[in-house]
Design a binder for this molecule. Structure first.
Ligand SMILES: Nc1ncnc2c1ncn2[C@@H]1O[C@H](COP(=O)(O)OP(=O)(O)OP(=O)(O)O)[C@@H](O)[C@H]1O
Ligand SMILES: [Mg+2]
Length: 259
């Protein structure tokens, strides 16, 4: 199914989820313009969107189309020039800075392309320190860190440092770090671009599991068309606007429908 998207200035997307329940995040008429010297770039141009718990939503688009800017604007990382983001029922950008930071810490998990691991820490410590920073006591943080690493298949690699881990393993540590907090919202920006196809599939499978088994709202920016089969929903951007919003039929349904 391909839905037509609203024209600029029109209200944001209708809630189009097949899932029950209100969206976890809505964005309404978001604008963000970057000005460098004499150049103005409309990275977001009247973007409206609603995303839902229990779904892996993929965000696609050419380089420079505004994907990372959109992710940052709806996750409390970058204030838009105009528009409203409602995240978990709260008007995100009307909150004081400390509360926005609290929202990111408590409700959001982030996974980026470059892993961002500490070179001196073991896999277990990478996850543990983040939990401790979020206020979890040391012993419990250690236990939860071990179980998150177990979940991503690194139970036997707890004591290794980044230099001793493969790219795929490093990204799985980064995922464990993000899911250990059991965040309601999980944001990933090109999490597979440094990985081979098999590791890319594993990483996306884990993001899908966070949505399906833990009910997280997962938004993942990707360039990789091989990963789209995992998504409940695919959104496309072009020049700062959303241009398509599709819910591919699950493979099982497609097979049934075939003559
Ligand atoms: N901090 C910034 N200062 C100036 N311009 C910026 C800044 N951040 C982004 N832009 C511009 O805004 C536009 C959208 O950038 P954005 O990073 O959101 O694109 P993207 O879709 O994530 O691209 P990519 O796939 O290459 O990561 C680009 O033209 C970019 O150059
Ligand atoms: Mg980007």
């Amino acid at each position: 199914m391909t839905a037509d998207l609203p024209s600029p200035g029109a209200p944001s997307l209708e809630a189009s989820s097949i899932e029950a329940g209100p969206p976890s995040i809505t964005a309404d008429a978001l604008d963000k313009t970057f000005i460098t010297g004499k150049t103005r770039v409309a990275a977001l141009n009247q973007v409206g969107l609603a995303i839902y718990a229990g779904e892996l939503t993929m965000l696609l688009g050419a380089s420079g189309s505004g994907k990372s800017t959109l992710l940052a604007a709806i996750s409390g990382l970058l204030r838009p020039d105009n528009g409203v983001v409602t995240a978990l029922g709260r008007d995100l950008w009307s909150l004081p800075a400390a509360e926005i930071e609290r929202f990111r810490l408590d409700a959001c998990g982030f996974i980026f392309q470059g892993f961002n691991l500490f070179t001196a820490l073991t896999a277990l410590e990478q996850v543990q320190v983040v939990l401790e920073y979020a206020g979890v006591r040391s012993r419990q943080a250690r236990r939860r860190a071990a179980s998150a690493l177990e979940e991503v298949g690194l139970g036997g690699r707890l004591d290794l440092r980044p230099a001793e881990l493969s790219g795929g393993e490093k990204q799985r540590v980064a995922i464990a770090r993000a899911i250990a907090k059991a965040p309601q919202l999980l944001f990933a920006d090109e999490p597979t671009s440094a990985l081979d196809s098999q590791n890319g599939q594993i990483v996306i499978g884990l993001l899908h599991k966070a949505a399906r088994d833990h009910g997280a709202t997962v938004l993942c920016v990707t360039h990789d068309p091989r990963l789209l089969g995992h998504a409940e929903r695919i959104i496309r951007m072009e020049d700062g606007r959303l241009v398509a919003d599709e819910r591919p039929q699950p493979a099982a349904l497609r097979k049934k429908a075939a003559p």
